[in-house]
Ligand binder design. Structure first.
Ligand code: MTE
Length: 859
């Protein structure tokens, strides 16, 4: 039954914050009262999402931006059947399009492709010309519970806990009504959708089958409200698709186009995302052979049956005070494709026997409701399909819990699809749904419960513990060992094979050394030889990082800093294997400790040089200067102005290999005997993991060793306006320098070189962006430059969160500021260093202002 069109609309144009009231005697679950988010969090102020107010309780899974978040599991569950918009999980591939209130009525949706009447509808028309429906729908990210997969083996996706699921009352027209108006042609099979968010690989888009869209049982709709409020910007304001029962990835937000086609979407995100490739397809195979991604059989549509326990919570403790006491375990379950969850079972004996839990289906209450809700008709009484999560509970005797070592939960749907015991690992880590397991440990009458994983980047949870104890998570028994069984070696994870298939070419040390030059650099990783010549131009770290690897064994740093995807690309550059004798010679080449001659210059481009931390001084609550002693008092560090070094620090916290990052010291380049690094420490917060390197540095004891290697970088300031870029020389009369946060350090080196040389006629304008006054690094030195060399430099600070007494500029490094201070002038070069988002936005604006790409240098 397709909803009839009515001329009486009952739908007002959405005012931005008024929820329709529903009388309290109606027995349907209503959403929690909205908290009214008005504030843009300071975290977001320096990002392209600086217009989106958000709830600070949400846990960020991919750093600050793009915004990918889940609520703490208990908060989500306690929010009730309907999730408040503030706590609803968010999956954004990129920046949130900003849509201002006055732009909403004219927001356009085009319906095109294989249709008789292509049409363009305005938002206003969509509200006025089509029946409006309100329906409860649970959206679930296909990555829900992915962290468990990542514990077994790192997938290509980021780590979701079990809260990538949320439920809302969505209001809007059925998609079928809109498509029908455009009259699909006979060949039409699919509806492709496209959002307004512009991403690195085009607009986000995907498709579903046309016959699903037209089938009222599938409930596919467009939505402009959630829980009676206009859509929040993160959830697609002003208009999105809602595809019930399918993975969230199909519900396109900021919807601009519906394209009716004969074939599934060819959008990059449809092809490269939301798939479960066969488990034997490694990241390496997947990056090499695109046919895996184009096989539509592996695309995910319907959700798989899944469940999780919320209570007991992670780290909850239960003291047994009475043997008669009971504990109520509780959690959620959902199915896919509209199939009802028909049972949830709990086992306390590792799956030998199961107990049946009680299930509540709040969604069913809406089937008995007939009427308008939030300007849409609730019209699901006739529909059999279940599109929402359900909640289960089970009373368990505390003595049974005490006798058990784990609570296991599994659900089954009406088609008897049941959650499996074992994980199906796949390269994107999607649709993870093995039995949910909470372990129980006992100590003096207290039971302690552990969930499989901990949120975001935080380690913890039984999977992490078992792995650290040498358990094999893939042994079919959650890594448990039978009594007396020795801990196994950590499971051997199949490494990416970086070698070219079938290549059998032995290379000796002489052959390798011939390529110790910048023109055709060969380097060695794990005994294999790679030719970096073809990648000199395209390498994101600059040609220098390959050049400095020439004719050396760079296994350690290569493996530490490259992603699985980068490793999978390596076979294209593989040219042979270094013979054993040559490898031994290469790795025996003199290390600095063995050299008898004291060296004048500390840095070596090809080998790591050790230095000890001699002093640590505090600049502010989160900023330190770390001084490292060089080999001897007369030695200089050897870093040309404008270049950087690589710093390697042992990561003692995670007992892992080393961490390697690029830095620019702040000490004078001619300083002898020591070198200083100015470092802002990024501490962990409950929702964001801190900076690995900066926290490791902060924990270094005086006397600990670190290693330096370099110089690296394509830019060098030679003095008196002369610069060298990738070894090509040119001269300039002035610099414009744009930086943010600790991006000041390479800029500072060049600025200081200009100011200190009284015969250097170059002038500089520095635009430095920070959050607060305290965040401005090197402020005293910069003030002194500005005061003593005002004819040579001017320094403009802009703050996004300046105090009321701040008299400088305010706001981010914006078009206004760039236009004012960094408009193109002749014989000038722009040096830029800061966070990626700042660099990207400045880059775009500078090109619009008329700068030539060749005049811009990004550090
Ligand atoms: N639509 C657009 N335009 N851009 C996106 O990044 N992400 C998709 C989908 N629709 C996405 C999108 C994914 S992967 C999911 S899981 C859901 O939106 C998440 O919806 P939510 O952020 O409203 O929870």
């Amino acid at each position: 039954m397709v909803p009839k069109k009515s001329s009486k609309l009952g739908v007002a144009f959405p005012k931005i914050s008024t929820a329709t009231r529903v009388s309290q005697d109606v027995d349907i679950p209503l959403p929690p009262s909205p908290r009214g988010l008005n504030e843009v969090l300071s975290l977001d102020k320096d990002t392209p999402d600086n217009h989106v107010p958000r709830d600070p309780r949400l846990i960020r899974l991919t750093g600050v931006h793009p915004f990918n978040v889940e609520a703490p599991l208990t908060d989500l569950f306690n929010d009730g059947f309907l999730t408040s918009s503030e706590l609803f999980y968010v999956r954004n591939h990129g920046p949130v399009p900003q849509v201002l209130d006055y732009e909403i009525p004219t927001w356009e949706l085009s319906i095109e492709g294989l249709v008789e009447h292509p049409i363009v509808l305005s938002f206003e028309q969509i509200l006025q010309q089509f029946d409006q429906i309100t329906a409860p729908v649970t959206l679930v990210c296909a990555g829900n519970r992915r962290k468990e997969q990542n514990e077994v083996r790192k997938s290509k996706g980021f780590s979701w806990g079990a809260a990538g699921v949320s439920t809302s009352l969505f209001t809007g027209p059925m998609m079928a009504d809109i498509i029908r108006q455009a009259k699909p042609l006979r060949k039409a099979r699919y509806v492709c959708m496209e959002g307004a968010d512009k991403l690195p690989n085009g607009h986000y888009g995907t498709s579903v089958k046309l016959n699903w869209v037209m089938d009222p049982n599938r409930g596919i709709m467009l939505a402009h409200k959630m829980n009676g409020e206009p859509l929040h910007p993160d959830h697609g304001r002003p208009l999105r698709a809602v595809i019930p029962g399918q993975i969230g990835g199909r519900s396109v937000k900021w919807l601009k186009k519906l394209i009716v086609t004969e074939f599934p979407s060819d959008n990059w995100y449809h092809i490269n995302d939301n798939r479960v490739l066969p488990t034997m397809v490694t990241p390496e195979l997947a990056s090499k052979d695109p046919t895996w991604w184009h096989d539509e059989r592996y695309a995910i549509y319907d959700l798989s049956v899944n469940s999780a326990a919320v209570y007991p919570q992670h780290n909850e403790e239960l003291r047994i005070t009475s043997p008669a006491a009971k504990y109520t375990a509780r959690g959620y379950a959902y199915g896919g494709g509209g199939r009802r969850i028909t049972r949830v079972e709990v086992s306390l004996d590792n799956g030998k026997s199961w107990r049946l839990a009680n299930i509540e289906y709040p969604e069913d209450k809406y089937r008995n409701f007939d009427g308008q809700l939030y300007g849409g008709r609730v019209d699901i009484y006739w529909r059999e399909t279940c599109f929402c999560w359900c909640q289960w509970s089970l009373d368990i005797s505390v003595l049974d819990l005490e006798a058990s070592d784990a609570i296991l939960v599994r659900a089954m749907d009406e088609a008897m699809n049941i959650q499996p015991r074992d994980m199906y690992w796949s390269v994107l880590g999607m649709m993870n749904n093995p039995w949910f397991r909470i372990t129980i440990t006992k100590n003096n009458g207290v039971l302690r419960f552990e969930h499989p994983t901990q949120l975001s980047l935080i380690s913890g949870g039984w999977m992490d513990r078992v792995k650290k104890e040498g358990g094999d998570l893939t042994n079919g028994y959650w890594g448990r060992r039978s009594s007396g069984e020795a801990p196994s070696e950590p499971a051997i994870v199949e490494e990416i094979d970086m070698r070219a298939k079938g290549l059998c070419n032995s290379i000796d040390i002489e052959g390798l050394r011939k390529h110790g030059n910048p023109e055709s650099p060969w380097f060695v990783v794990n005994g294999e030889v790679y030719d970096g010549t073809r990648f000199l131009e395209g390498h994101p770290g600059g040609a220098q990082s390959i050049i400095s690897a020439a004719a050396t064994d760079v296994s350690g740093e290569f493996l530490a800093i490259h992603s699985e995807t980068a490793k999978a690309m390596m076979s294209d550059y593989h040219i042979g294997t270094l013979d054993e004798a040559s490898l031994a010679i290469l790795n025996k080449e003199p290390h600095q400790e063995l050299r008898s001659e004291p060296r004048e210059i500390f840095l070596e481009p090809r080998s790591w040089a050790k230095a000890k931390l001699s002093e640590k001084s505090t600049v502010s609550n989160d900023t330190r200067i770390f001084s490292f002693a060089l080999d001897h008092e007369q030695q200089t560090f050897g870093l040309p102005t404008g270049q950087h070094i690589m710093l390697k620090v042992h990561d003692s916290s995670a007992n892992k290999d080393s961490i390697i990052r690029a830095y620019t010291p702040v000490s004078q380049t001619y300083r002898k005997g020591s070198v200083d690094l100015l470092v802002k420490i990024y501490y962990s917060t409950p929702s964001i993991a801190g900076g690995k390197m900066t926290m490791a540095l902060d924990q270094l004891a005086i006397g600990s060793s670190v290693e330096f290697k370099g110089p690296i970088g394509k830019f060098e300031y030679l003095g008196r306006g002369n610069v060298s870029i990738n070894d090509k020389k040119r001269s300039v009369r002035s610099f414009r320098m744009i930086c943010g946060g600790s991006g000041i350090t390479p800029i500072f080196q060049v600025l200081r070189a200009v100011i200190q040389d009284s015969s250097d006629p170059t002038t500089c304008v520095v635009l430095d962006g920070n959050r607060t006054e305290e965040d401005i690094l090197c402020k005293d030195e910069l003030d002194t430059f500005a005061a003593t060399a005002s004819s040579k430099c001017s320094i403009i600070h802009t703050l996004t969160n300046g105090s009321s007494s701040w008299s400088g500029q305010r706001g981010r490094i914006s078009q206004r500021l760039l236009k004012e201070y960094v408009s193109p002038v002749e014989s000038c070069m722009v040096l830029i260093c800061g966070r990626k988002a700042m660099e990207q936005s400045a880059h775009k604006i500078l090109l619009q202002l008329g700068w030539d790409e060749s005049d811009l240098v990004f550090f």
